[in-house]
Design a protein around this ligand. Structure first.
Ligand code: AMP
Ligand code: MG
Length: 282
């Protein structure tokens, strides 16, 4: 299976989310069967992140979007926790602060964009400004409707500057969302995640899907593609995203930088230092 091909949103064409099964598992029958493949991808991603950091010429921006309880936090935990923290960070985008609101909507996203050699995961992103903002009329339509174009230009600019931009919409069903809300209620370690807005936003499911469909159609581009990932099964979501990330990172042509020093000279210095230490010890 090539999930990049299967799940990509074709630029300008878009998707009907109602036609995509959130419970899809690609013929894999169970988590146990998929586990070795997920582990292989995650290990490869970790190695490629090390190379990306050492290479220091390019960067990776992973955007995670989805409704409440779609699995954004879980994706971060499962797929990125093995990477070297020195080169990886997660940026969570919540309701904008007064300072953020005083700037253009891309300001806070741009500040968190990865520097060369870095991987950054956006847990929610600048897309909230054409999603929640649209659904709640937080700015006039004349304002949000121009943002698709601005987002495309922004992402193209990042791309030309050496950043690979990948965007994932985690697609769950309303039934699965409610099941996860129940788990949050039943599990004391998850209750902190509950918010009243989980339930009020759920009422606006159709408006969110409409906003997502337009965003996916208008901002999936050759340089910054969107992928719609069936996410009712957490393990399948992890499998698909890790495969897409691995394949993409493999293509970056990452290389360890050449040694900057004269190795023969350094070897001589090493032997001299070792001999001196031995002599000092007696
Ligand atoms: P959570 O992801 O559960 O931590 O919730 C973060 C909340 O912040 C969500 O309800 C988002 O919709 C909201 N949010 C994120 N970005 C914006 C934005 N630009 N304007 C308004 N609300 C936002
Ligand atoms: Mg929430």
């Amino acid at each position: 299976m090539d999930y990049r091909r299967d799940f990509v949103v074709r630029p300008g064409i878009g998707v009907r989310l109602a036609d995509i099964d959130p419970g899809f598992t690609g013929g894999h029958r169970s988590h146990d069967k998929a586990k070795p493949e997920i582990r292989r991808h995650v290990e490869r991603m970790d190695a490629l992140q090390y190379l990306l950091y050492a290479d220091g010429r390019q960067s990776l921006l992973v955007v995670l979007q989805g409704l409440d309880a779609a699995g954004k936090d879980g994706t971060v935990r499962h797929l990125f926790s093995g990477m070297n923290p020195q080169g990886v960070s997660v940026a969570c985008f919540k309701q904008p602060s007064p300072e953020e609101l005083a700037h253009d909507f891309l300001w806070r996203a741009h500040r968190r964009a990865p520097g060369r050699g870095e991987v950054v995961i956006f847990n929610r992103s600048h897309y909230e400004d054409v999603l929640v903002v649209r659904v709640h009329d937080l700015v006039p339509e004349a304002v949000w409707s121009q943002r698709y174009e601005l987002i495309n230009d922004f992402e193209r600019m990042l791309t030309r500057n050496g950043t690979r931009v990948l965007k994932f919409y985690l697609h769950i069903s309303p039934e699965e969302q409610l099941r996860r809300f129940k788990q949050r209620l039943d599990d004391p370690t998850r209750r902190w995640k509950i918010s009243e807005s989980d339930y009020t936003e759920r009422e606006r499911w159709p408006q969110y899907l409409e906003a997502y469909e337009e965003a996916l159609a208008r901002t999936s581009s050759d340089w910054a593609p969107w992928y719609v990932v069936p996410a009712n099964h957490k393990w399948f979501r992890n499998l698909a995203i890790s495969q897409i990330l691995t394949k993409t990172m493999e293509e970056l042509d990452l290389k360890l930088p050449p040694t900057a020093v004269d190795l023969a000279d350094i070897r001589r210095r090493y032997h001299k230092a070792a001999a001196k230490q031995k002599k000092a010890r007696g």
